[in-house]
Design a protein around this ligand. Structure first.
Ligand code: IDC
Length: 554
């Protein structure tokens, strides 16, 4: 008997040693056990069947660091041994005892958010020895997860990234205050994921968050840790996106006194290139985005003018298919210019028709469509009659041009209340002085003066200076560096005289023309692929070089 006992004791000691050894190796998980670690295998189950096993009740009480189990008492037993198997110490160990009349056991010193299973045996003392029942069934319990902590919150004007502490459990639930009530913003089902970014937020706005850890026992019963403290985060102020394009910087243009001004009321000088007639040859090709970008970035143009002839061959009024085609080209040009942040002039390019009233009905219909389409854009400018002239019968400001302008401007203003409008003047847009005492009432209309440097010299510059000084808002919506015919007589000196005067008055100017037609006014050498013009001078005529270099420098 004594011998036997000492053998058993030795066995127990050896087993203890191995348990302790395991505990040492695995101390992070198994050291937390409460009452002495008694390996289950050392407990004799002698005559187990003679004693009824207790029945564990499915209800258990749980807290962050304890689980209380309950059972139905077995009559006339002397006590119970309680065993535990846990997520972080995965083997059955005895964790406590209860007396025969007890029906519950509180397992303490647990860790939050872990699964703990229990079972127990009852025993009777017979002849000074404990005789055990079989094991009860298991109860699968879990502790409540720990309270969450929001560790950090970083923000931009539209996003907030939260980081929280990692807890034991099954995952996390993030809540935010929306319209005064807490609602779930995110369920995270992996306990290792401890960050979440909420995007699409408003700038400079306060948001409130709290988070809790979720847990579960092996039956899937959900447990929730305490909410973190509420974290308030205010998104950053909206960062202004810097739009360095001409339109981005200057916005809606308008007229102030004798000048065109930008959205800030600063005098604004329009600098641009005009297409040649868009219905001819490849002249509309310059309206590709690639080429307009070169005009914007390499030439420093802020504006492109789309010249749509009205009566010349293939012009807008010469057949409905021409009109349809011309409009398509206008749409493309406006779209590309808009995407590049450039101003764009839609030019009703009368010339041989002389009197703008000749095609007034078509003009009304055309500008109705254009102003309806572009009413919400701040970069579209309407030029309502390129060059009225008396080619085909006397045309005057008061009798013809002004009445036409009143009609067309009221047409545009039905839809577009503030677009800049350019109105041509008599004698191929030279007679701006006729307007002086007989202006249009529209406050955002400027008057066109056109010059061709080798034809129009001091006398027209003097007229311009005089009208400007009298407060007339003027735009040179077309000029050439040569003869008025467009061919011959390239004149750098007179061109520069004009440029200097216009720059001194902050009056804008637009060059005729961005094409490769074999004529002096053309900026590109014939044969140039207008769809993809190159930066630099290699493709330029003498006129193109002069205009580009002046635009770049002024
Ligand atoms: C010219 C073109 C030329 C074309 C002619 C007639 O350069 O190729 O054959 O028109 O359609 C203007 C007009 C403008 C003229 C230009 C040069 O607005 O259409 O273009 N010019 O003559 N006014 C003064 C000169």
């Amino acid at each position: 008997m004594n011998v036997g006992r000492s053998v058993i004791l030795k066995k127990i000691t050896a087993l203890f040693a191995s348990v302790i050894a395991i505990g040492a190796v695995n101390s992070a998980v198994c050291d937390i056990a409460d009452t002495p670690l008694i390996p289950v295998s050392t407990i004799t189950a002698e005559a187990a069947e003679t004693i009824a096993a207790p029945t564990v009740r499915s209800y258990y009480k749980t807290a962050e660091r304890s689980v209380t189990i309950n059972w139905n008492a077995v009559s006339k037993v002397d006590g119970y041994y309680i065993y535990r198997y846990s997520e972080n110490c995965p083997r059955w160990i005895k964790v406590g005892e209860a007396k025969g009349n007890e029906k519950s056991f509180e397992s303490i010193n647990l860790l939050p958010g872990l699964k703990y299973n229990y079972k127990l045996k009852s025993y009777k003392i017979k002849d000074g020895k404990k005789v055990f029942s079989n094991y009860s069934q298991e109860i699968k319990a879990a502790t409540i997860p720990a309270k969450s902590v929001i560790v950090s919150a970083t923000k931009t004007s539209s996003k907030i990234t939260l980081v929280w502490n990692k807890n034991s459990g099954s995952g996390y639930e993030l809540f935010w205050l929306k319209n005064g009530a807490w609602s779930k913003a995110k369920t995270v089902t992996d306990k290792n994921i401890i960050t979440y970014t909420i995007s699409g937020l408003k700038p400079n706005t306060k948001y409130s968050f709290k988070i809790r850890t979720t847990g579960a026992d092996e039956n899937g019963k959900k447990l929730y840790g305490a909410y973190s403290d509420v974290r308030n985060v205010t998104t950053s102020a909206a960062t202004a996106v810097t739009d360095n394009t001409p339109v981005g910087q200057h916005g809606q243009l308008s007229v102030s006194g004798a000048n065109i001004v930008d959205k800030n009321g600063e005098k604004f000088k329009i600098k641009g290139m005009s297409t040649h007639g868009i219905m001819w040859e490849d002249f509309s090709d310059i309206l590709t985005k690639d080429s307009l970008k070169v005009l914007r970035d390499d030439w420093k143009c802020n504006t492109v003018r789309i010249a749509m002839y009205t009566e010349e061959w293939g012009g807008y009024t010469t057949g409905s298919s021409y009109a349809t085609q011309a409009k398509q080209k206008v749409y493309t040009g406006v779209k590309n210019a808009t995407e590049l942040g450039m101003y764009v002039i839609i030019d009703w390019h009368i010339l041989s028709d002389g009197n703008p009233q000749t095609h007034q009905a078509e003009a009304v219909q055309f500008f109705t469509e254009m102003s309806k389409k572009y009413k919400d854009q701040n970069n579209v400018i309407y030029e309502i009659c390129n060059e009225p002239n008396s080619n085909r019968g006397n045309v005057t400001w008061s009798a013809n041009i002004k009445p036409y302008a009143i009609k067309i401007i009221s047409t545009i203003r039905k839809y577009d209340s503030n677009a800049l409008i350019i109105c041509g003047t008599g004698t191929w847009s030279q007679d701006i002085h006729d307007v002086l005492n007989n202006k249009l009432s529209d406050k955002n209309t400027v008057y066109a003066l056109h010059f061709y440097a080798n034809t129009h010299t001091d006398w027209l510059r003097n007229r311009l200076r005089d009208c400007y000084n009298k407060g007339l808002p003027i735009l040179v919506s077309e000029f050439g560096t040569c003869d008025a015919s467009g061919n011959g007589g390239f004149n750098e000196y007179q061109s520069k005289e004009w440029f200097k005067l216009l720059d001194s008055l902050k009056i804008g100017y637009i060059n005729w023309s961005a094409c490769g037609k074999n004529e002096t006014a053309s900026a590109f050498k014939s044969g140039t692929n207008l769809k993809v013009i190159k930066s630099g001078e290699s493709q330029l005529t003498q006129s193109g070089k002069l205009v580009r270099s002046w635009f770049r420098a002024h």
